[in-house]
Design a protein around this ligand. Structure first.
Ligand code: MTE
Length: 318
């Protein structure tokens, strides 16, 4: 995506490893999520309810790993690299800089609106949603359109559960997602004046209802860090990474295909469907292989990013 405005950056130019505590500061997360006064005793006493809210049970462990998405052949990417190499243009187009620019980004309180063509629209704080839909861990491959990839354990719940709660009407055919637009806290927005902010994305309703489509609140067994889309993002593992929209505030059921930020900017390069497909090159580069973000190894890209057995039928294939 950086290629829209600057030459491609294929390699990690800087492996700036910052101490894990900076990103995984649990106390800071609790403060951000509104549990400032809870303290460690409160965490212990709070038991399950608090555990669900933070994604990190009082025992210190992670949410339960879903065995269906725990392929022992997949080697997890190094978290130090993953957490510091981010596409989040609202902050910066420089992947290695994003994590340095998120301090002012406020994620408490965080209201999410789910509405549009549905019977029971809702507005809820993210904490209520997490408490209502207990998270699970899933190891997914993640493939960016820029031909880098990673393998990470996300924590979250299927979007289908949330959509079922609001009861889509029969006219609803697509789902539109919108990221927060906090210009005073997101320094990248003003620098990309020509972009149609806020960041928006979309899926067909059947794609959104697919069990693989995950509302994500954590990674590596911990709450999502801000640079990765806290407090809540989408992960759609068979599509290029730009569909996995971060820091979502609105989810709308709509009748027609919604405009998305990247498709509006460059429809030939970042089309709406954007299923991972090694046979279809990007107009400016091949998609046949991908670079693992931590080791730099180049490996073949798989159709549907390896999830064809689950999703090919959505497209009349398989
Ligand atoms: N969501 C928002 N709001 N803004 C962005 O710039 N970048 C997308 C996606 N979601 C982006 C976004 C792209 S291009 C990718 S590859 C992934 O986030 C990167 O996710 P990561 O930084 O957690 O690896």
């Amino acid at each position: 995506m950086a290629n829209l405005i600057t030459p491609p950056r294929w390699r990690l130019t800087e492996r700036d490893v910052t101490p894990e505590s900076v990103f995984w500061n649990r106390r800071e997360f609790l403060r951000q999520m509104g549990f400032a006064g809870v303290g460690l005793a409160g965490v212990a006493a709070g038991g399950r309810a608090l555990a669900q809210v933070t994604n990190a049970p009082a025992t210190g462990g992670a949410a339960v790993r879903n065995p269906q998405f725990n392929d022992p052949k997949l080697r997890l990417s190094d978290s130090e690299v993953v957490l510091h190499y981010n596409n989040f243009y609202e902050f910066s187009t420089r992947k290695e800089q994003v994590h340095r620019l998120v301090d002012k980004f406020q994620i408490t309180p965080w209201q999410i609106e789910v509405g549009g063509l549905c019977e029971k629209p809702l507005k809820a704080d993210v904490r209520e949603l997490i408490a209502e839909f207990p998270p699970e861990d899933r190891v997914y491959r993640f493939r960016c359109v820029e031909a880098w990839s990673m393998i990470v354990p996300w924590t979250g719940f299927p979007l289908a559960k949330l959509l079922a709660k609001v009861q889509p009407k029969s006219e609803a055919k697509f789902v539109k997602f919108t990221t927060a637009e906090k210009r005073d806290q997101m320094p990248g927005i003003a620098r990309l004046r020509e972009y149609p902010w806020p960041y928006t994305e979309g899926l067909r309703l059947d794609e959104a209802m697919h069990d693989l489509t995950l509302v994500t609140t954590g990674i590596y067994g911990k709450p999502l860090p801000k640079q990765m889309g806290a407090p809540l993002r989408l992960v759609v593992p068979w599509k290029y990474g730009y569909k996995s929209i971060k820091s979502v505030v609105k989810i709308e059921l709509v009748a027609t295909q919604p405009a998305t930020l990247w498709e509006t900017l460059a429809p030939d390069e970042y089309p709406f469907e954007s299923n991972v497909d090694p046979r279809v090159p990007h107009p400016r580069w091949s998609q046949a292989t991908e670079r693992l973000v931590d080791t730099g190894d180049r490996v073949p890209t798989l159709p549907y990013n390896g999830y064809g057995e689950f999703v090919a039928k959505l497209y009349g294939k398989g």
